[in-house]
Write a protein that binds this ligand. Structure first.
Ligand SMILES: Cc1cc2nc3c(=O)[nH]c(=O)nc-3n(C[C@H](O)[C@H](O)[C@H](O)COP(=O)(O)O)c2cc1C
Length: 186
C-alpha cells in the first residue's frame, strides 16, 4: 500500500476478529511510535500495552461510565493506553506540547498498524480518574488516548455502524475551508 492508499483507506475500526497480533508486527508498531518527532525531542509518550483477553476485559470495565460507548475494545486482541509524562512536557506560547507529541507518535503507530491490515480507533471518551487509578500511574503521567488494535471483522455490527454514523465518520470539510493561500488572502 502506498502512503495515499494507506491514509485514504484508514477508518476507525470498532469490530475485531480475535486473532492475536504477531509479536514482530506489534514491535514494528511500537517502533513507529518511538521514532516520532517531538518538541525539543523530549519524547513524553509512554505506552501501556494490554495483550491478554482477561486483562482487556477488566480494563474495559475500568474506563468509566462514559466508557460504555467504548465497550467494543473488549474484543480487540491488543489495547494500548497512550500516556504522557508531564516531566517531559514542553510549554511554548502558553501551550503544552505533550498532547501534540503523543498524538503524532500514536498516529504513526496506528498508520503502521493499518499498513499490516490492523485497525485501531482513537478513543478520548474514558474517565481519566478511574483509569489512572486502575493503571496505578505515576502522578506526573496523563492519559492521552486509548486504542484497540486488531484485524477488522468483515461485517460491522449495528452498534459500530451506529457509532460511526453518529460522528458522520465519512464527512470531511472541503479543502477550500481547510486551506488559505497567503497570496489569495492579500
Ligand atoms: C482525539 C480523538 C478522539 C476520539 N474519541 C473516540 C471515542 O471516544 N470513541 C469512538 O468510538 N471514536 C472516537 N474517535 C473516532 C472518531 O469518531 C473518528 O476518527 C471520526 O468519526 C472519523 O472517522 P474515521 O476515523 O473512521 O475516519 C476519536 C477520534 C479522535 C481523533
Amino acid at each position: 500500500m502506498d502512503i495515499n492508499q494507506l491514509i485514504s483507506s484508514r477508518y476507525s475500526v470498532r469490530d475485531f476478529r480475535p486473532e492475536p497480533i504477531p509479536d514482530e508486527i506489534l514491535q514494528e508498531i511500537l517502533e513507529a511510535g518511538r521514532l516520532a518527532p517531538s518538541a525539543q525531542n523530549r519524547q513524553p509518550w509512554r505506552y501501556i500495552v494490554f495483550n491478554d483477553p482477561q486483562d482487556i476485559r477488566i480494563l474495559t470495565q475500568k474506563t468509566g461510565l462514559i466508557g460504555l460507548s467504548n465497550f467494543f475494545i473488549k474484543d480487540a486482541p491488543v489495547v494500548i493506553v497512550a500516556c504522557a509524562d508531564l516531566k517531559k512536557n514542553v510549554r511554548i506560547n502558553d501551550k503544552d506540547y505533550y498532547l501534540v507529541d503523543t498524538a503524532i507518535s500514536f498516529q504513526q503507530m496506528m498508520l503502521t498498524a493499518w499498513h499490516h491490515g490492523i485497525g485501531s480507533c482513537w478513543m478520548a471518551a474514558f474517565s481519566e480518574t478511574l483509569l489512572a487509578k486502575h493503571l496505578q500511574l505515576p502522578d506526573s503521567w496523563k492519559i492521552v488516548a486509548i486504542s484497540p488494535f486488531g484485524y477488522p471483522k468483515e461485517n460491522k455490527t449495528i452498534y459500530s455502524k451506529f457509532l460511526s454514523a453518529m460522528s458522520k465518520s465519512k464527512d470531511r470539510q472541503p479543502i477550500e475551508q481547510m486551506v488559505q493561500y497567503w497570496k489569495e488572502r492579500n
